[in-house]
Design a binder for this molecule. Structure first.
Ligand code: ACO
Length: 222
């Protein structure tokens, strides 16, 4: 093996923070935990996403093919395998959110770039069974602390449509800072949509997002 391919092998096998255990927090909806996505999430994932189409579709990147096909039980294994492959290459941290042990949504740190950028985006969705109970905010805090800690990232970005009041609120409660507006940024629900860019760097985290949520009375250690 040449030294160049040796270095590349070493880089590919490095995936700090994966698989990880970002932990749990108690919020009004119950105990929120975050853990790596599993193949056996298929049933809950599909059932909830088929039922919650009206809640989710308008905020998600436009997909190829009809919603019922993209979110069918049989479409999870390939999505899970793709996420797991990215995670094993250190490019993604794909987590399932649970509430009291029940599947409640997903939160993903994606497009992980290392070297002198050490940056990624964060995105999430929560089942209508659990919304407005602090679940997404707790999951963002847990995963951001994990991303800035075990995963060694320096910057997290979140892009959100200006109309998405609940998600804007999540990011504000979690302590993200609005940086600007990306015009016609992302193909969402069939059109190019403006998005606010929110961000946070490691220097802004203080003792951590979880500690801040707890200090603000929005969560308790589980
Ligand atoms: N108008 C005003 N405020 C609202 C509304 C509304 N219609 N709905 C919810 N809120 C508020 C809640 O009251 C709460 O704020 P509060 O604690 O000050 O009362 C906040 O929005 C929501 O906070 P959480 O309870 O922590 O969030 P939740 O678990 O309900 O999940 C989420 C929010 C993820 C946005 C959920 O609604 C969802 O999955 N939406 C569809 C998918 C989506 O939009 N994902 C985010 C895309 S952007 C991104 O990933 C960066």
């Amino acid at each position: 093996m040449s030294s160049v391919s040796g270095i590349s092998m070493q880089l590919e096998s490095r995936h700090p923070g994966w698989p990880g255990k970002p932990g749990s927090l108690r919020v009004p909806a119950g105990v929120v935990s975050v853990r790596p996505v599993r193949l056996r999430d298929a049933g809950d994932w599909s059932r909830i996403r088929l039922r919650d189409r009206a809640h989710l579709e308008m905020w998600e990147p436009t997909g190829v093919g009809p919603w019922p096909d993209r979110n069918a039980f049989w479409s999870w294994p390939s999505q899970w395998a793709a996420l797991r492959a990215l995670a094993r290459r250190g490019q993604c941290l794909p987590f399932t959110i649970t509430v009291e042990g029940k599947f409640a949504g997903q939160i993903t740190v994606g497009n992980v770039i290392r070297a002198s950028l050490r940056s990624a985006w964060i995105g999430y969705w929560v089942s209508t069974d659990f919304v407005r109970g602090g679940v997404a905010t707790a999951a963002v805090a847990l995963v951001a602390d994990h991303a800035f800690g075990a995963a060694g990232l320096h910057r997290l970005e979140a892009t959100v449509r200006p109309e998405n009041t609940p998600s804007l609120r999540v990011l504000t409660k979690a302590g993200f800072r609005q940086e600007g507006l990306f015009e016609r940024y992302l193909d969402v629900d069939g059109a190019w949509r403006d998005h606010f860019c929110f961000a946070m760097t490691q220097e802004e985290t203080g003792r951590g997002l979880v500690a801040r949520l707890i200090a603000a009375g929005r969560a308790e250690y589980a």
